[in-house]
Design a protein around this ligand. Sequence first.
Ligand SMILES: [Zn+2]
Length: 108
Amino acid sequence: MITELSTRMILVEDLVDKVTGRLLDKIVNNQSLIYAKSPLTCNECNSQEIVGVEIMGADNGILLWECETCNEMFLKYEPEKTEIQLQKAKDYWTNPKDWGYLPKSKFS
Ligand SMILES: [Zn+2]
């Protein structure tokens, strides 16, 4: 059965507590697994509920895969390439006024 791939758009800040150091190490446990196309099943729990994750501030398109069942995340690209995008997205996040998004923390 072919199901339509769903994606969700998130901020780097949604994935890590602190945007310091190597971000990928805090997000993806198994960095030797790289899926150019959406994995059919989760390597951890065998769930088929895999979604594409787009990161605001990174290049357009899916950067990571996430299992909706166990929340494990998987690489789509080489770790170094992914880290570069995460770092780029992190800078994006630190300049919210540039793109008109009000972070949740500013409401409280
Ligand atoms: Zn899973």
